[in-house]
Design a binder for this molecule. Sequence first.
Ligand code: SAM
Length: 283
Amino acid sequence: MTAIPLFGLVAGIHQVTPGVVAMSMYEGFFARFYSTTVGYQRADVDWFSRHVGESFSDVLDLCGGSGRLARGIVLPGSSALVVDTAPDMLAQAPLDESRKIEFLRADVFQLSLGRGFDLVVCGGLALPMFSSRQRVELLRVATSHLRPGGRVLFDYLPLGEGEVEVTHHMVLPVLDGSPGFILAGVQRDPAAKVQRTNLLAEFDRDGGRTVRLVTGHELAVISDGEMTNELDAAGLTALHQHDHLPVPGGSPLAWPLRFVSAAKKEDLSEGPPPCGRRGRSGP
Ligand SMILES: C[S@@+](CC[C@H](N)C(=O)[O-])C[C@H]1O[C@@H](n2cnc3c(N)ncnc32)[C@H](O)[C@@H]1O
């Protein structure tokens, strides 16, 4: 596992507290925590559902974790394939026999399925986990798995104008009901164009033993120019985008998200086709 970028209160507590176990955000306790908290999000699912093209029958969900997005988008009679490397994330998928969703443990950078999909999704801020070079590579994987007329749907953290560095923390309950807490921190560093997240969990196990776990990651904050260049290098053009802004007075850890629908450049030589499922379209 790459080093966890610790900052602020979590770094301070980690420094003075022995026995804190560092782990990936997509493993064990944190995989369950991530899937439960992100599972409440609807904004991305709702926007993606409105921008999936005229009709579709199958979805490829890259870095799909528990399949949250695929489950939200797929229509009755359609199917989805969710690809992720983390067994603990794939294991969070609820049993849902009403939909045709398959799961594949694989590295998206090695993916070559030899078939096309109507929709390729890479959401939940999966793309910003990677460097610019890797993002182009991942978008190329998406393009190479797209049928003519298909769509790529993804999200990222857009760089705002005149942003200054800020760090926020908040305390959350441990979701499985154990006595304890999670200290969550987000550090936005616009100069380095990154947003770091830290989670420090402390809770009691049966028998009174205290467990202390820490995780964190660094996501890219991406400028408009960079995103345009990366899409272009992957053979894609953005058709629609939408900025989802945090609710005023809501979580201090939330930042604007940008949702994007893109198509293969070669599909657009005669102008962009109309978008929107079943005649619906939106901002
Ligand atoms: C930020 S989570 C997003 C999960 C899901 N898309 C969602 O919206 O809930 C990122 C996911 O990418 C997966 N991942 C990271 N690197 C990967 C790779 N090289 N290939 C496949 N999955 C990867 C992680 O295991 C994790 O489940």
